[in-house]
Write a protein of this length. Structure first.
Length: 230
């Protein structure tokens, strides 16, 4: 049977489903380490430092030596050491993504204690391809306070799909479902926005290396703007 599995977007309610969504979110944060490592490795500034180190190795271990004193093995060893140090440094500065991924647990779904006796858990929207969970979105519903000083709104705290399914419109489907849920539960005028501290917006690197993160945030904001008014 060549029938494709159904693609469904729904609110996840069971603990196993929510746990799978949290794992998917944690994996997406960990994947940012690879993207950021590549961004650093190919950035002109650190590349210039690496090239300067390799030039110093060449000058002091080869060019300035007499022909008899030159040792290709020593040059290769020093050059390899410079490159290894470069890569280890990148690994060190991007380790924060792994710590952020490990911090995604059940507490991530719980809003800070308010005046209510019980905490309200965030809404988790998931996309399934057959039985496989391939997308997850976490929506926090912020209800208005009694004095009317705040307006109801939905805050998206995480939004991701498995890497192989990205760019296929799955994320947009989850955004539309998030908007629908927010307006259903908070009222038709409720607005929906991304949290300033959403899961994939974690700041680990110095500002000059955060280009991929900023581009991702811009794409997410534009995708949310494209969700039609219901």
């Amino acid at each position: 049977d060549d029938t494709l599995p159904p693609l469904t977007v729904t609110t996840l309610t069971t603990r196993p489903d929510k746990a799978a969504a949290l794992r998917l979110i944690a994996d997406s944060i960990a994947q940012q380490r690879q993207q950021s490592a590549f961004a650093i490795a190919t950035h002109p500034l650190p590349l210039a430092l690496l090239l300067a180190a390799l030039a110093a190795v060449y000058h002091f271990a080869w060019a300035s030596q007499t022909p008899r004193a030159r040792d290709a093995g020593t040059v290769m060893m020093l050059a390899s050491g410079a490159i290894t140090t470069y890569l280890l440094g990148i690994r060190l500065v991007t380790a924060g993504y792994l710590r952020a991924a490990e911090a995604v647990g059940w507490d991530f779904l719980r809003a800070p204690q308010r005046q209510e006796e019980e905490e309200e858990e965030d809404v988790v929207v998931g996309t399934r391809y057959g039985s496989d969970l391939i997308g997850a979105l976490v929506l926090r519903l912020e209800r208005p306070v009694l004095d009317g000083s705040t307006e109801p709104k939905g805050v998206i705290r995480a939004w991701t799909t498995k890497m192989r399914y990205r760019g296929k419109g799955i994320g947009g489907d989850m955004l539309r479902e998030a908007v629908r849920v927010a307006r259903e539960r908070l009222g038709p005028d409720a607005r929906v926005e991304f949290a300033s501290d959403h899961a994939n917006g974690v700041r680990v690197l110095p500002g000059i290396f955060e280009g991929p993160v900023r581009k991702s945030e811009l794409r997410a904001a534009r995708a949310l703007e494209r969700v039609p008014k219901e």
